[in-house]
Design a protein around this ligand. Structure first.
Ligand code: ZN
Length: 593
């Protein structure tokens, strides 16, 4: 749909390149006729750092040892795929890039009379919509919804394409759509590539690629074949095209997003053979990409960044929050009619009816919070007062007792901000032994009693620590989930190797998925995305000075009291260079006598 803009964009590219769009390195490279830099961003969806070792992931371990290992890498909360794809692509956080979940309720941010007229997606906008779907993202890229796409900040793919660079985005549908909302076939030179599970562009490429290996949820091992198919597009098409672009002095960005181990961990469970095999398959794809870089003779101009979008945990029990609220504390409450809960596994986004005046809204929020926060399944709750100004960003406490401020955590103040974000509780040190495996009891928390259902996870091979309560129908006890504010989900994998990175370096400073785009843009010599929250990871770059600033731990807490019971929720952060990197939560529940 952006094809109509191509002549215009091409003109814009020429003028931007001549003026401000390309800075330092890229301009120098083009002027000197030297090769353009190539950056590959390879994402292993849902890989936990503790699953990386010489036995299971020899290629990733070798990369970490020879290049940079980001020892304290962080996912952006909510620890969900699209939230972190948006953060990686734009250097933003939800309040600035507009992406709060995989399932988002967009109605509050839309003119619904116009938006509901959009074919194929409009009628779905009355409810939360799962945006892990390129066709929905394309359909919402419409003047009646979001004229510039669902993202509210420029994505790295666009920045590179606008500078005249080569862009290829390949892999899992949804997150790939965050990197180039115009889908890279429309880049200035017309040689870009976008291939996800659900679309391929340009159309001529789709025909050449043939059909994708089938993926069936009943056979999680089938996902590895799909990821390997995408890896072959990286090695056989994207890398040779990037080399050609590089030879012409153009920068290149290749994004390759693997489904695994996320899908295998969701469906079979952490520590099952299927999940362990999935990690091994990802590692073989990494090996194939590194071999292709060597074989093409481009190792001296290619940087390879490997990250995961979020960590993972095992489902302890299902918590159907909307059902519990409607059957309990909100039963018969007319103000609650029209409340929408977008469930996202480890975190739920709660939207109250737009018609409510501030006092009624606050009263309803208080009712929900006072109930939820006293439950054993509840983690930190974030609230948006819709009033405070950004200058109050360091005021961590929310305006409802017991909650944290959405604004202080990059979540508040957007027209898409939920009134409440409820994170479910994670127990980072509890093992999944006794949860994962078909013979274990699976639990759904009901309004009055715990219901027992069939456990759909597979046999446990290697116990893994970290369990959570979660709101995701069909993901039973023992299966895998993420999304919560907890140490096992907030800590993820980061590593890099190539001419621009230090060698044999362990980065002990806190780093985040929001820092990926500024680092890529620095390497490619492009201008920093405006509105960015992230920083350039200068300490990991060759030839840059090590910073003098120190990181320091900070704990912020919120407390709620109900009769003789109290709960204190403490959030642990690392503060560095003016930024907060979230590390985990501790919760203390006390009954006073
Ligand atoms: Zn993910």
């Amino acid at each position: 749909m952006a094809a109509r803009n191509r002549p215009l964009r091409w003109l814009a590219v020429l003028s931007i390149a001549a003026l401000a769009g390309i800075t330092g390195a890229a301009r120098a490279a083009a002027a000197a006729g030297s090769p353009g830099r190539i950056v590959i961003l390879m994402v292993w969806d849902g890989l936990r750092p503790d699953l990386v070792n010489a036995h299971d992931t020899p290629n990733l371990t070798a990369l970490e040892n020879a290049g940079v290992r980001f020892a304290r890498h962080h996912s952006v909360f909510p620890t969900l795929t699209l939230v972190n794809a948006a953060a990686m692509a734009t250097a933003g956080v939800p309040s600035s890039d507009g992406v709060f979940g995989d399932a988002m309720y967009l109605a509050p941010a839309l003119d619904m009379a116009r938006a509901t007229a959009i074919p194929s997606v409009g009628y779905l906008l009355h409810d939360p919509l799962n945006l892990e779907n390129t066709r929905y993202l394309l359909a919402l890229h419409d003047a009646r919804a979001f004229a510039d796409g669902v993202l509210t900040l420029a994505a790295a793919g666009q920045t590179v394409a606008n500078s005249g660079g080569y862009v290829a985005v390949l892999g899992k549908q949804g997150p790939t759509g965050m990197f180039d909302p115009e889908f890279a076939s429309t880049d200035a030179a017309g040689d870009g590539l976008f291939v996800s599970d659900d679309i391929a562009a340009p159309p001529a490429v789709a025909a050449e690629l043939g059909s994708r290996p089938p993926v069936t949820m009943m056979h999680p091992e089938s996902i590895a074949a799909r990821d390997a198919w995408f890896a072959r597009i990286v090695t056989e098409r994207a890398l040779p095209a990037a080399k050609a672009a590089s030879d012409a002095g153009r920068p290149s960005l290749i994004v390759y997003w693997q489904h695994n181990p996320d899908l295998a961990q969701h469906l079979a469970g952490l520590g099952t053979q299927v999940a362990l095999d999935a990690v091994a398959a990802d590692d073989r794809n990494l090996g194939a990409i590194r071999k292709a870089i060597t074989d093409l003779g481009i190792a001296g101009r290619t940087d390879l960044i490997v990250v995961s979008d979020h960590g993972f945990a095992t489902v302890k029990a299902e918590v159907p929050l909307a059902r519990l609220l409607k059957a309990g504390v909100l039963k018969g409450d007319p103000d609650a009619n029209g409340m929408v809960v977008a469930h996202n596994g480890g975190a739920d986004l709660v939207y109250l009816p737009a018609r409510l005046e501030p006092p009624e809204r606050t009263a309803l929020m208080r009712k929900i919070v006072n109930y939820a926060i006293m439950q054993p399944w509840c983690g930190p709750i974030f609230s948006d007062d819709r009033v405070s100004r950004p200058t109050h960003n360091r005021n961590y406490r929310g305006f409802i007792a017991g909650t944290f401020s959405e604004r202080a955590f990059g979540l508040g103040g957007s027209s898409r901000s939920p009134d409440l974000i409820v994170s479910f509780r994670e127990f980072p040190d509890e093992s999944n032994q006794g949860l994962t495996g078909p013979s274990n009891r699976a639990i759904v928390i009901g309004p009055n009693v715990e219901e027992t259902v069939a456990n759909h996870s597979e046999a446990l091979v290697r116990p893994i620590e970290g369990v959570i309560y979660s709101d995701a129908p069909h993901y039973t006890t023992g299966m895998g989930m993420h999304g919560a504010f907890g140490a096992r989900e907030l800590h993820n994998v980061g590593a890099a190797i190539g001419p621009d990175f230090r060698r044999g370096y362990v980065d002990q400073l806190p780093t985040s998925n929001s820092d990926v785009a500024p680092t890529i843009e620095q390497i490619l010599g492009l201008k920093r995305t405006s509105g960015a929250s992230g920083r350039t990871l200068a300490e990991a770059l060759a030839g840059e000075r090590l910073p003098a600033a120190k990181a320091r731990p900070v704990t912020v807490s919120a407390r709620a009291i109900d009769g003789d019971r109290s709960v204190t929720i403490a959030i642990h952060l690392t503060r560095y260079d003016g930024r907060d990197y979230p590390d985990g939560v501790s919760i203390e529940r006390v009954v006073h006598h």
